[in-house]
Design a protein around this ligand. Sequence first.
Ligand code: GLU
Length: 395
Amino acid sequence: MSQQLSRRINSLPVSQTLAMAAKARELKEQGKDIISLSLGEPDFNTPDFIKDAAIQAINDNYNSYSPVNGYADLREAICRKFKRDNNLNYTANQVVVSTGAKQSIANLVMVLLNPGDEVLLPAPYWVSYSALTILAEAKYIEIPSSIETNFKITPEQLEAAITPKTKMIFFNSPNNPSGTVYTEEEFRALAKVLEKYPNIYILSDEIYEHINYGTPNFSFAAIESLYDRTITVNGVAKAFAMTGWRIGYIGAPEWIAKACNKMQGQITSGANCIAQRATITAIEAPVSKIQYMVDEFETRRDLMIDLLSKIEGIKTNVPEGAFYIFPDVSYYFGKTIKGKVIKDASDFSMLLLEEANVATVTGDAFGAPDCIRISYAASQENLIEAVKRIAEVLA
Ligand code: GLU
């Protein structure tokens, strides 16, 4: 019998972040000394006070299906978090808890996009934004930026990209992969454009909000004129070192939250009940409890900028948040290194994997083909060793 997969899955690109992480894992299992700087995942343990809450939840017999949109007291806690950290007013029926922010976004594209709709993606953008847009049979339009503008787009660029088919824009600050944080003023300048186009929805992915080294975060939903068409996405994975616990959530206009609830009710139901209980403890805790991780990420950021800037031809940005650095490596395109012709960022990333045993992710996957993404969510020792190896290969 022939194997006939759907057009849907055949047109879906593989997640390059996860593919590179899988490749690094596989090579490690074969005995290779790989340093994996591919995946965006804190190398810290989940803090004990959160683990204790999960253990308590198990002992309290939280073992049944939760409501599809999440426990009511968790959604209440999320509302308090939105108020405390983002000055956003949401009520519990505007919140949907999902199996990771990735599912939150998948729900949103499925409930808001029709085939042929256009989605604006300020580049560089996280790999799954474009993939999920394709899954919803919509079309993504990149708004390019470069290291010269610190990977920021301008209001003029935004306006030029809008067409009558534009349905949604994805916005992500602090940004994965560039680490760029937009200022409130920059948000407001972009909002001025969006105010003119009332049919455009704004998906504001704020998953890296706590991993921020100075520029205050801002939320599109804090702009009154946009609140009714903004969906704020967040989760506990990055800030609380809880990537595998899989809890994401949205604050949205109620009708959108209802639709996401309906979608999720047919796909996964409520998210993991133990992880939901632990999330209440995580987000109710003062943010100061996780500051030690943020401080360590900042030290590593400085270390990476220092080490990488000593390598000829690698242009670095100064990430102000998240835990990635996104150097421009286009200087090497067209050159032959270790017998390999480097045509693009994918070749460059592959060269680092094969010759330096360092796993990174090509910028192509993020809509920025001159760059590669390096995650510095790894020990300082590993970062120093990784850059040393990279320097040796490029020397
Ligand atoms: N968001 C993380 C990253 O960009 C985890 C992997 C993924 O889901 O893409 O590396």
